[in-house]
Design a protein around this ligand. Structure first.
Ligand code: NAD
Length: 489
């Protein structure tokens, strides 16, 4: 039995004892054993954090900081994070089971994220409106206020930074609530903010469950904006809560993304893209290419290649260098994933590969599911409509372009899509016709802090990344001035 570490909440620049006596255990998904716990923050704890954020907004140490200085501090955060990236990656990899190689890659990219947003504060300004006569009219771009950032377990620190960096660049204060399953990397990171010069209270972290800590945060009257990355049910719930107070929301939700291979595609490249699109992170990514559409002429060839790749994936401890796929993040999630496979089978899908929990020691103790391929899937089956968020690929056959675009779009979601083709016109045509907010052609899962990311339909609304993120985290104020003494009215 390993020692169970206890984390506290981060409020006003320091770790503080929570008022609550309730703690949530985080389970190591490789061993099934608890390894740390966090407070399940109640209303009083959340109130303390939101008050700290509100006070920080008013504090000259943050409010009156020159934009260039704010940028300098954010750049410094990125530098410090870079120095700690390896340590943080090991913690996060152990926490959510994603292989170290992948988490390390994500962590190594985070300084760039801070660097990008560090460039914004002194380049973000309003505009003068060309009015006529004696009235001068201009627009000011201001921070929104206190932003609540609610984060899922699949890429905890990356997603938290995706929200924190633009929010701080715009001059807001933030209260972050990480997932109850994976709070460790964020809690290990936040002291670096203080070290970089971010004033106390500008970033606070409350931990705990959705219905307790999360609910207290999204209903708190001191919160001006809610940015959630999570599942569609949570998104819908939070949108209702936000509507009660007419609070601005950014919702980055789930997906059921199509990955389409046309007959003219390079089969090996396409197979690699299909396999990586669903088996990277054990399928626990919002943009997982979960519905694979193969043209009938290349169906057998590409599927054989994808199946060969699936069979060669080495499962194991995510911290081992040679591991290619780790466990699912927690027991309940694994059970849901296996339940979805069963449901697919019951509705007529045929298991081509995997479909079961790994039963051999030592992996049998963890939450490992074999890379799974389901054939004979119909687009109306539950397995093709609901997000699985696991290593489960549904394969569908198609005959022509119009038909595959129609099927690809026939989903409640609209997050991402992949297109594999060597026909330039087709690539652009299909990209135009797909009802997905992110389209990748002859590649998959490319993301950059410079580029706006978001969803359509039930995948949510609002953008993260790029200039668009700065607009999300700011508000525009319209100012009119009468220049003539006898004007006005
Ligand atoms: P989840 O919706 O269960 O939880 C997300 C966060 O919301 C957690 O911190 C949780 O505690 C909190 N929460 C839950 N109920 C709440 C409530 N009533 N009030 C306030 N907060 C509440 O999602 P998850 O299982 O942690 O993550 C997986 C989901 O996230 C998938 O659907 C995935 O597609 C989605 N996701 C989307 C993106 C994207 O950018 N679009 C990225 C990663 C993950």
């Amino acid at each position: 039995m390993t020692e169970v570490k206890r984390y506290e909440m981060f409020v006003n620049g320091e770790f503080v004892d929570a008022a609550t006596d309730e703690y949530v255990a985080s389970i190591d998904p490789t061993t099934g054993e608890p390894w740390y716990e966090t407070p399940d923050a109640g209303a009083a704890d959340v109130d303390r954090a939101v008050r700290a954020a509100r006070a920080a907004l008013e504090d000259p140490a943050w409010r009156d900081l020159s934009p260039s200085r704010r940028g300098h501090i954010l750049r410094r955060v990125g530098d410090l994070l870079g120095e700690q990236a390896e340590r943080l990656a090991r913690i996060e990899s152990r926490d959510n089971g994603k292989v170290l190689r992948e988490v390390a890659g994500q962590m190594a990219a985070l300084p760039e994220q801070w660097e990008y947003f560090a460039g914004w504060p002194d380049k973000l300004y309003g505009s003068v409106v060309p009015t006529v006569g004696s009235r001068h009219n201009y627009l000011l771009r201001e921070p929104v206020g206190v932003a609540a950032a609610i984060v899922p377990w699949n890429s905890p620190l990356t997603i938290a930074v995706t929200k924190m960096a633009p929010a701080l660049a715009a001059g807001n204060a933030v209260v972050v609530k990480p997932s109850e399953h994976t709070a460790a990397s964020l809690l290990e990171f936040v002291p670096l903010l203080t070290e970089a010069g971010v004033p106390p209270g500008v970033v606070n972290v409350v931990t705990g469950l959705g219905p307790t800590a999360g609910e207290a945060l999204v209903t708190h009257p001191g919160v001006d904006l809610i940015s959630l990355t999570g599942g569609p049910a949570t998104g819908r719930h939070i949108a209702h809560r936000a509507a009660d107070r007419l609070v601005r929301t950014i919702l980055e939700l789930g997906g059921k993304s199509p990955n389409i291979v046309f007959a003219d595609a390079d089969p090996e490249r396409a197979a690699a893209g299909i396999a990586a699109g669903i088996f990277a992170a054990a399928g626990q990514t919002c943009v997982a290419g979960a519905r694979c559409f193969l043209h009938e002429d290349v169906y057998d060839d590409v599927l054989d290649r994808v199946a060969a790749r699936a069979a060669s994936i080495k499962l194991g401890n995510p911290l081992d260098e040679e591991t290619e796929m780790g466990p699912l993040a927690f027991a309940g999630h694994m059970e849901r994933v296996l339940g979805m496979v069963e449901r697919g089978r019951a509705e007529g899908a045929v298991v081509r590969a995997g479909g079961v929990r790994v039963a051999t020691e030592p992996l049998a103790r963890g939450y490992f599911v074999e890379p799974t391929i389901l054939e004979g899937v119909d687009n109306q089956m539950t397995i093709a409509r609901e997000e699985v968020f696991g290593p489960v690929l549904s394969v569908l056959r198609f005959r022509d372009e119009a038909e595959v675009v129609r099927q690809a779009n026939d989903t409640p979601f609209g997050l991402a899509a992949g297109v594999w083709t060597s026909d330039l016109s087709r690539a652009h045509r299909v990209a135009r016709d797909l009802d997905a907010a992110n389209v990748w052609i002859n590649t998959y899962r490319r993301l950059s802090p410079v580029s706006a990311f978001g969803g359509f339909k039930e995948s949510g609304y609002g953008k993260e990344g790029g200039h668009a993120a700065m607009l999300e985290y700011t508000r525009e104020k319209n100012v009119w001035i009468e220049l003539e003494e006898d004007g006005g009215g």
